[in-house]
Design a protein around this ligand. Structure first.
Ligand code: FES
Ligand code: FES
Length: 159
């Protein structure tokens, strides 16, 4: 199988790897880059568990060809908080926003992208931002509350 060399930044660190023809970004991150935070859920673009940021935008890594991230910046949960819990991760913990946790890393990346662009989102904007991330455990309320709490409670009364 042909290998293609690519370079990208992974949570701010320069990486150079070889990717296989047709290899997706999720597989490359987990198996080549050793980052297990993006999760394999459905593998077909419906669950959002594999969400990472590509140049700051949430993207489904299971549907992204690894070679297309050459020269781009990839951010994952592994890069949040510099080895500590980021404020958003702490808000998830404080609001009991993770049960089995399988959706959590994807949720965190979608919410991270939202809060970077819009630090004071409304509840509706949070709902929209995580609409591609499925959770079978929490009923979403705790997750929405956690994102609003991380944003300083803005919008919490707008529901
Ligand atoms: Fe990518 Fe489900 S694993 S959307
Ligand atoms: Fe289990 Fe969301 S916490 S799927």
């Amino acid at each position: 199988m042909a290998k293609t060399p690519i370079r990208f930044t992974h949570n701010g660190d320069e990486r150079a790897v070889f990717v296989d023809d047709g290899q997706n970004l999720l597989d490359m991150l987990r198996r080549t880059a050793g980052d297990l935070t993006p999760k394999y859920g459905c593998g077909q673009g419906t669950c959002g568990a594999c969400t990472v940021l590509v140049d700051g935008e949430p993207q489904l890594s299971c549907l992204t060809l690894a070679e297309t991230v050459d020269g781009r910046a990839i951010d994952t949960v592994a890069g949040l908080g510099n080895g500590r819990l980021s404020p958003l991760q702490k808000a998830f913990m404080d609001n009991f926003a993770a049960q089995c946790g399988y959706c959590t890393d994807g949720m965190l990346m979608s919410a991270t992208a939202l809060l970077k662009k819009n630090p004071r989102p409304t509840r509706e904007e949070v709902v929209e931002a995580i609409s591609g991330n499925l959770c079978r455990c929490t009923g979403y309320e705790a997750i929405i509350n956690a994102v609003l709490a991380a944003a300083g409670g803005a919008g919490a009364a707008s529901a």
